[in-house]
Design a protein. Structure first.
Length: 476
């Protein structure tokens, strides 16, 4: 009996280290899992769009990101049709249909790291993009393999409870990295991928941003930004990052927010200074030049929310706003003896409003709450033309893309959009149906633009596209 007891004790002593090691591994695993859950919050969604357009449009991201309908493109003049006997047709009056899941997204928020009085955090977010192949001259690039792209990647530092006086405290947040442009942070309520662009700014850029919340109601925001995906346009209508690179000057933003009892008012201005060219010619000899154009775009944003109702509105007076996915650009107003050029911006007034109403419907269960929302969006853009008269650099009697730079058609005078939407949510699943009508007032592109104001003034006509879009989305 003593031998058996001694053997059991000896076996227990021998297995104790292994058991202790196993317990230690389990504890480490639990600690690691707890750390991930506490500090890393994964999120994302799987989203599909099913889209019909009544005519050809200027768009991107697999034709999901809609800007505006294309101008008329007639196959022949009326007198030519009378001779040929062939029906006169607008070649852009062609309908299309497609469905894609390009905008499926995944991201992770990094939260709740603290060191002394500093809070640390961050975000990494990516989705699929239209890295799609197309034939030369093909209108729609809808075949190929999509690419995974970076949307946001930034770190944050925050300092809370900074005493201002006996009653008020301040909070300071510093953001460094790729994040939403402060002008684009307040998006309208639509299910369309364009989020209301080009009627509102849409831009994510590398930046260093400081938000200072001064007491309960006021926040001051300042940011220095650089261009990456959303770029300024330049000579020959090419969008490039070299214009800001040669300027050596970051884009700057300053804004003020006031928020109280469901109301939010935000106002600010964006200043951009770029160098469209760094080389010119003098008497046929290539020389270095210091071209520069500096623009300012002020805006105001209003928002009110109460219960199931919300209304948002934003208005921007944009100078050369194409780097924020708005209509814009600039032109040449003078040619100097040293080979440099002087520029004048194209100015647009851009405004939108969106209204949302809706709440819970049907039988409500804890795991699968139901909600039906009605959304109405309206937007308007007016082209005021260039600030100063344009100069005919080539002396060919017309203003073309060598003197007038814009990312989209230069003959657009005004544009409006109306978009009603129904959005039904069941738990993490959403189903949306949206009708979007966009109408553009074009001038006759063949007659060129007026050098005095940069506007197309002849042959004015309206072109309209009707888009019907169904969206399915599963959030996680």
């Amino acid at each position: 009996m003593k031998r058996i007891i001694s053997f059991i004790l000896l076996l227990a002593m021998a297995s104790a280290p292994a058991f202790a090691q196993e317990v230690s591994k389990q504890e480490k695993k639990e600690v690691f899992t707890s750390h991930l859950k506490q500090h890393f919050k994964v999120y994302g969604f799987i989203r599909n769009y099913f889209t019909y357009d009544s005519r050809e449009s200027i768009s991107g991201t697999g034709d999901m990101y809609n800007y505006q309908p294309k101008d008329e493109s007639w196959n022949q003049k009326p007198e030519e049709a009378a001779i040929s006997g062939v029906e006169r047709q607008d070649l852009n009056a062609v309908s299309t249909f497609r469905f894609l899941s390009l905008t499926t997204r995944v991201g992770v928020n990094i939260v709740d790291y603290k060191w002394r009085g500093t809070e640390f955090g961050g975000k990494i977010e990516a989705d699929f993009y239209a890295g799609l192949s197309s034939k030369t001259g093909q209108t729609h690039s809808l075949s190929g393999v999509a690419q995974l792209r970076l949307r946001q990647a930034y770190m944050t530092m925050a300092w809370d409870s900074l005493k201002m006086n006996d009653k008020d405290y301040a909070r300071v947040d510093l953001t460094i990295g790729q994040a939403w442009h402060p002008m684009a942070a307040d998006l309208c309520d639509v299910i369309a991928l364009n989020s209301g662009a080009p009627f509102g700014p849409f831009n994510r850029s590398p930046q260093v941003k400081l938000d200072a919340r001064l007491g309960k109601y006021v926040t001051l925001t300042g940011s220095l930004l650089w261009q990456m995906q959303y770029l300024s346009t330049g000579p020959d209508n090419v969008q490039s990052g070299e214009y800001i690179a040669y300027s050596k000057t970051p884009e700057a933003y300053l804004g003020l927010s006031v928020h109280t009892n469901g109301f939010l008012m935000r106002a600010g201005a964006d200043v951009l200074s770029i160098s469209p060219r760094h080389q010119g010619t003098v008497n046929g000899v290539k020389v270095n030049v210091k071209d520069r154009i500096t623009t300012a775009s002020p805006f105001v944003y209003l928002q009110y929310k109460k219960g199931d109702f919300s209304i948002k509105a934003k208005s921007i007076f944009a100078e050369a706003g194409e780097h924020m996915n708005m209509n814009g650009g600039y032109g040449v107003k003078a040619v100097n003896a040293d080979g440099s050029w002087e520029y004048t911006p194209i100015r647009h007034s851009t405004s939108w409003v969106s209204i949302v109403y809706g709440g819970k419907v049907g039988a409500q269960e804890d795991k699968h709450p139901q909600k039906l929302q009605g959304i109405l969006f309206g937007g308007y853009i007016h082209n005021f033309g260039t600030k100063d008269p344009l100069v005919d650099v080539n002396a060919d009697g017309k203003i073309d893309k060598t003197e007038y730079f814009t990312a989209r058609p230069n003959n657009m005078r005004q544009m409006w959009r109306l978009s009603p939407t129904l959005l039904y949510t069941v738990g993490k699943f959403q189903l949306g149906l949206e009708y979007e009508i966009t109408s553009v007032h074009y001038g006759d592109a063949s007659q060129g633009i007026n050098a005095q104001n940069g506007l197309a003034e002849n042959g004015l006509h309206w072109v309209t596209n009707h888009r019907v879009q169904l969206m399915t989305k599963y959030n996680f």
